[in-house]
Design a protein around this ligand. Structure first.
Ligand code: AMP
Ligand code: MG
Length: 289
């Protein structure tokens, strides 16, 4: 039996509060987990099973007219492990219950609209766990660093995003915001690995080098995201990402605990079970000739 070695709820250990300091944040740490990689890898599937059952209850609730959903927002620079979270964490639940959306460079059509337009179209339907691989936060991250809009425009977005998220929550969506923070050194190694291995070339784009060269500007932009948009209703969880086993374990735990708190019940049958059993028996055991 795997051991639960969480000594602190990762939502408390990782939450970006008013005193959060990104510059001194240890990206190689494993806050809240009093164990090593082997312990973590042993415990992960156990929590995955729990998460999977809760996800099924959420899905069933949605089928029966419930309006609740969950939205996991994943942010992080290249190689931080967003794809690994999708594959290894969300991969533990039934794919039909997951609504995944990735946000890349906006298309011409998207650019013609408000920046939240393309995001709203991908919000999870009732009963689903939505996952955003990048999100509306790119509109205060890359957009700020690359000066794609004037400063007064991106600055106004923090308040706008906070208000927009609040409204989503009021409409039944629980938002979990996870930022995977990898160190400069580790990112360099992961990018080199992508270049070294032909099976990883598809994950690399020449623009990744350009983004990496703007590291300090991206760190400043992330620090402001945590400063201005880690709200009471939708806090940021800043996850050290140099150890993939930890980031996956932490996100699994955050998701599972959040689902547990939704107090999901199996919907009651809207038919008479005993009557249906009798009707089933009456059909007999042999196929009609
Ligand atoms: P990837 O997630 O590796 O497929 O890369 C997607 C790319 O799209 C990243 O370089 C992002 O910075 C970029 N991107 C995402 N959203 C926006 C946006 N709103 N404006 C400009 N670039 C964006
Ligand atoms: Mg990329």
């Amino acid at each position: 039996m795997a051991q639960d070695l969480w000594t602190t709820d990762p939502r408390d250990a990782l939450r970006a509060g008013p005193d959060f300091d990104l510059a001194s944040f240890d990206r190689n740490g494993h806050p809240g987990w009093d164990g090593d990689k082997a312990d973590g890898e042993e415990y992960l599937p156990e929590r995955g099973e729990e998460m999977s059952e809760l996800q099924e209850r959420l899905f069933a609730e949605g089928r029966e007219g419930g309006t609740r959903s969950v939205l996991l927002v994943l942010q992080g620079l290249d190689t931080a492990g967003k794809g690994g979270i999708v594959r290894h964490v969300l991969g533990m639940v039934d794919p039909q219950g997951v609504a995944l959306a990735s946000f890349g460079v906006p298309t011409e059509e998207e650019r013609a609209h408000h920046y939240l337009w393309r995001i709203e179209k991908k919000l999870p339907p009732a009963g689903r766990i939505g996952v955003f691989d990048r999100s509306h936060y790119e509109d205060v991250l890359v957009v700020r660093v690359d000066e794609l809009v004037p400063e007064d425009v991106w600055r106004a977005r923090y308040d706008e995003i906070n208000a927009w998220e609040k409204q989503l929550i009021e409409n039944g969506t629980t938002i979990i915001k996870v930022a995977l923070m990898v160190s400069f050194e580790e990112q360099g190694e992961r990018l080199m690995e992508r270049l070294d291995r032909p099976d990883k070339h598809w994950k690399f784009s020449p623009g990744d080098i350009d983004t990496r060269s703007k590291w300090p500007a991206f760190q400043d932009a992330y620090a402001d995201v945590f400063r201005y948009t880690s709200t009471e209703h939708a806090p940021w969880y800043v996850v050290p990402a140099d150890r993939k086993w930890y980031s996956r374990l932490a996100v699994t735990e955050i998701l599972t605990r959040t689902l547990e708190e939704l107090d999901l019940k199996w919907p009651e049958a809207d038919f008479d079970v005993e009557e249906m059993k009798a009707a089933l028996r009456a059909t007999g055991e042999d196929a009609p000739a």
